[in-house]
Design a protein around this ligand. Structure first.
Ligand code: CTP
Length: 404
């Protein structure tokens, strides 16, 4: 069990932090909520106390004998601020200590994660841009806001990321110092990355499809990790069971043909391409336009044709220096067998790295953890067995190691 201090600043997205408290507690963590006084204008003290199971204070003068302004920061394993408003970001960047939350931010030596939420104009204002840069220079991890509907009729970057997305970042920071350091380095800044994720669906008729068990979790984790490390990320999303991460451009696709078209359209702009999608190997020769009816016969014979190999096509049609990474789902049974199958697949696909996992017995699909072996043409370059977000960072470490 880790100790999380959840700072809540005064913005309308404060209500979404309620779900974050619940999620972090369900994941087994102790959560103390430290709202600002203006956050309590949006969500009352009683709600935070009931959800967290801890007393809630906003200033340093209540229960002064407990010296909460020092203790909370010192004892925390993670300090998370969600939503972080323009005002809170400004106060933190200038080192103010005018309420309990800013005191905690100064006393803690734990990783600090900010999830900003504000109107687009405020997020893009040079003052906020400079304050965010200052915080990042000091090692604060700032999760870019999502784009979309804001309060009122406005739309643009500034939405608080989905609580499930913030939770994924928080959990990957807890207990994995290599991930904290990787994000702090922002070593993918200036890189344009293109990632496919999720399972494709091949239409059988107007209402049915052939699909697969992929949740898209590993591909989404790769997109989230790259965005946190400063990359400009385009995610080509086939069917996903998890929310897309904030700060990522998304192109939604259904079939393998749509995925192939989106990937070849975006590939010329990418420095790194990762094919994490579970792509169908076969699609129907000609899907029925209307729903297939039972015709009284015992069964139905489908005629399937092989789909295009997207990864092999991308690898063999590079128009500029690019790192291309594939995934391999194998029912191998042993590490030696996985290595043998992986080496053959790497050569067949023509990619630079291959992330191999053993999917025997349904392992991997839909799970929150993954065990991978990362190969290049010379052999194994890394192994990882962890939360999929942590595995994603190890994959990016391997990509960065071979990026010219
Ligand atoms: N892939 C692809 N296009 C396809 C099938 C797979 O681009 N039509 C990509 C996947 O996204 C993955 C890699 O190829 O990055 C390997 O996928 P996998 O399903 O493990 O291999 P297959 O190509 O299907 O080969 P096999 O059936 O021999 O295992």
């Amino acid at each position: 069990m880790s100790r999380v201090v959840l700072g809540v600043a005064g913005g309308i997205a404060a209500y979404k932090a309620c779900e974050l408290v619940r999620r972090l507690r369900e994941a087994g963590h102790d959560v103390t909520v430290v709202p600002t006084a203006s956050a309590l204008e949006f969500v009352g003290r009683v709600t935070w106390e009931a959800l967290s199971g801890h007393a809630v204070r906003t200033d340093v003068f209540s229960d002064a004998h407990e010296v909460a302004h020092v203790r909370l920061g010192q004892e925390a394993d993670l300090v998370l601020v969600a939503p972080a408003t323009a005002d809170l970001i400004a106060r933190a960047a200038s080192g103010r200590a005018d309420d309990l939350l800013t005191n905690v931010l100064l006393t803690t030596r734990a990783p600090v994660l900010f999830a900003p939420a504000m109107h687009t104009e405020m997020w893009l204002h040079p003052a906020t841009v400079a304050n965010v840069a200052t915080l990042r220079e000091r090692g604060v991890i700032v999760h870019d806001p999502a784009s979309g509907r804001l309060t009122g009729a406005d739309s643009g970057p500034g939405r608080l990321p989905e609580p499930a997305d913030i939770e994924q970042v928080a959990l990957s920071l807890l207990g994995d110092s290599a991930t904290v350091e990787a994000i702090r380095r922002r070593d993918l800044a200036g890189q344009r990355v293109l990632i496919s994720a999720g399972g494709t669906r091949e239409a059988l008729d107007a209402v049915r499809f052939l699909g697969n068990a992929s949740s898209g979790r590993q591909g989404v984790a790769l997109a989230r990790a790259a965005a946190l490390r400063g990359a400009s990320v385009t995610l080509v999303a086939a069917h996903l069971d998890v929310p897309v991460p904030a700060g990522v451009s998304v192109l939604q696709v259904g079939s393998t043909a749509e995925l192939a078209a989106a990937m070849s359209q975006e590939a010329p702009f990418a420095d790194v391409i990762v094919m994490a999608a579970a792509v169908a190997d076969f699609s129907t020769a000609s899907p029925a336009a209307s729903k297939i009816k039972k015709d009284g016969s015992a069964g139905l014979t489908l005629e399937l044709v092989q789909t295009v190999d997207v990864l092999r096509t991308l690898s063999s049609h590079r128009t500029r220096p690019q790192v291309i990474v594939g995934f391999a789902a194998e029912t191998a049974g042993s590490a030696d067998e996985l290595l043998r199958l992986g080496r053959a697949k790497l050569a067949r696909k023509g990619c630079d790295l291959l992330v191999c996992n053993d999917v025997s017995g349904g392992a991997v699909f839909g799970q929150t953890t993954n065990t991978v072996m990362i190969l290049d043409a010379t052999g194994v370059v890394a192994m990882a067995s962890a939360d999929k977000n942590v595995v994603a960072h190890r994959v990016w470490d391997a990509i960065i190691a071979i990026t010219p």
